[in-house]
Ligand binder design. Structure first.
Ligand SMILES: Cc1cc2nc3c(=O)[nH]c(=O)nc-3n(C[C@H](O)[C@H](O)[C@H](O)COP(=O)(O)O)c2cc1C
Length: 191
């Protein structure tokens, strides 16, 4: 079964990103198309980029980079759960992306974005050229949550409506299709 990594991109105390990410992970497990793993950037605690070499060279010097490389390299697809900060995505997410190169390539990526009136879509759109530079394939289907606080209950759980649930399933279906189509590009060709 292909492996999906769900990245929680907000790291601040009290973040909404945690319940949103946990909800999506549960939805992905129920979907059943992927083996699912959550990576919480607040727990991963990557320092600000501290490798001396371009990641293209894979000459990693730090244990945290080697571990991140192995984790991302073992995944087949990603979902980035990101808020919108000043009309962009989060700095920890950019940092985590920049650490690696080959490990991201030819893998599909979906988005759960959230924020105010724009539902985090400005952050999502800003992410796409960065991901394409890493040869990732963003899927069009997405979960975009407007005024995210309206979906957080008194126990700090995310309680989405049916529209958001359907959007999640549609995105997971598309990730599954694109993942299998991209797989030959990720398989090293024997010479
Ligand atoms: C530094 C910062 C910048 C923000 N900028 C935006 C913004 O540009 N657009 C928006 O819709 N919401 C913005 N917000 C509000 C966030 O959508 C809201 O606080 C959300 O809960 C942030 O996600 P988090 O709780 O996972 O950190 C901003 C919040 C912070 C902390």
């Amino acid at each position: 079964m292909p492996k999906l990594i769900i990245v929680i991109a907000s790291t601040r105390p009290g973040r909404v990103g945690l319940p949103v990410g946990e909800w999506f992970a549960e939805r992905a497990r129920a979907h059943g198309g992927f083996e699912t793993e959550v990576v919480d950037l607040a727990q991963l605690r990557l320092p600000l980029m501290d490798e001396p070499n371009h990641p293209r060279l894979r000459r990693y010097t730090n244990e945290h980079t080697k571990a991140w490389s192995a984790q991302v390299g073992a995944a087949d697809a990603f979902v980035l759960v990101t808020p919108e900060y000043n009309h962009g995505f989060t700095a920890p997410l950019k940092n985590a992306l920049d650490y690696l190169h080959h490990e991201w390539q030819y893998k599909p990526v979906g988005f759960v974005s959230y924020g105010g009136i724009a539902a985090g879509t400005r952050a999502m759109q800003m992410l796409k050229p960065v991901l394409v530079a890493l040869k990732m394939t963003p899927v069009v289907e997405a979960v975009n949550v407007p005024f995210v606080r309206q979906f957080i209950d008194d126990d700090e759980q995310f309680r989405p409506n049916e529209v958001l649930e359907q959007a999640a399933d549609a995105m997971l279906d598309e990730l599954e299709r694109v993942e299998s189509a991209l797989r030959p590009l990720r398989t090293p060709v024997a010479v």
